[in-house]
Write a protein that binds this ligand. Structure first.
Ligand code: ZN
Length: 267
């Protein structure tokens, strides 16, 4: 067996209050789960925290430099990445030297290495686009080629997140539900008056069960519950939204009862 050629990947991971808030890797693998390189770097950082140097945000480091050091810094940076950054460097130089340019209208400059502020929400990195793409793909395969199993694995992931009280659980389920609602077969079945397949019905049941877990979660805030209820009602009002078995009204009795009485008054 031929061994794979060794490839070097550039991995960047951002942390915020003990959570990984963003990841990038030059391998370009697209998946809901982190690629092997991100996992490897995370494990390395956990096991050998002293080996991974902690850097200040670049804006603060630059602030410590004097005129000559800044000149040296920029020239070296351009020399190392000559072909990639030179066009951008020249464009920026032109803009900075032109008094009326847009860049001179605002004070300061962006710093991608600075963390979020304390008031910003922090949650684990989740590639939303990948979740949408995968669910869409699995749904288009109609439960064949293991796609039903894959969807159930995604549901299991949501369940696991809810168990860990990870706010991405609801976020991921929202993305999944949006794709389910956008499934073109829904309107087809509605037009033809045919019932959905058993396999498909089971997936919708699981979707409903997970939403039940979210709205009945005793740890979540009232505002959050209200916003989910609003979202669920919105989906429920869509023509093609499948009915719950035996429930032919457009009420959501279980969900509505999950909220204290006061919260319903303004609906
Ligand atoms: Zn990678």
């Amino acid at each position: 067996m031929q061994s794979e050629p060794e490839t070097v990947c550039n991995v960047a991971i951002s942390f915020d209050r003990c959570k990984i808030t963003s990841v990038t890797c030059s391998c370009g693998n697209k998946d809901i789960f982190y690629c092997a390189h991100v996992v490897a770097l995370s494990l390395y950082r956990i096991r050998k925290p002293d080996q991974v140097k902690l850097h200040l945000p670049i804006s603060e480091t630059l602030f410590q430099m004097n005129r000559d050091q800044l000149q040296k810094f920029v020239q070296y940076l351009i020399t190392v990445h000559h072909t990639e950054v030179l066009p951008t460097a020249q464009k920026l130089a032109d803009e900075i030297l032109s008094q009326n340019s847009e860049i001179n209208q605002v004070h300061g400059a962006p710093d991608p290495t600075a963390g979020a502020s304390i008031d910003d929400e922090n949650c684990w990195h989740l590639d939303e686009e990948q979740v949408q793409e995968q669910v869409k793909l699995f749904l288009s395969q109609g439960g064949y080629h293991g796609s039903g199993k894959q969807l159930n694995l995604l549901f299991a992931k949501v369940r696991e997140m809810l168990k860990m009280r990870d706010s991405n659980g609801a976020r991921m389920l929202t993305l999944i539900t949006e794709q389910f609602m956008a499934d073109p077969r829904l309107s087809l079945w509605r037009q033809q008056g045919t019932a959905m397949t058993d396999k498909y019905r089971q997936l919708w049941d699981e979707l409903g069960a997970l939403w039940m877990c979210i709205v009945l979660n005793p740890h979540c805030k009232l505002e959050q519950k209200s916003s989910w209820l609003k979202q669920l009602k919105k989906w429920n009002s869509v023509d093609v939204c499948p009915w719950e078995d035996g429930n032919h009204g457009n009420e959501l009795p279980n969900l509505t009862n999950a909220l204290p009485q006061g919260a319903n008054a303004n609906q």
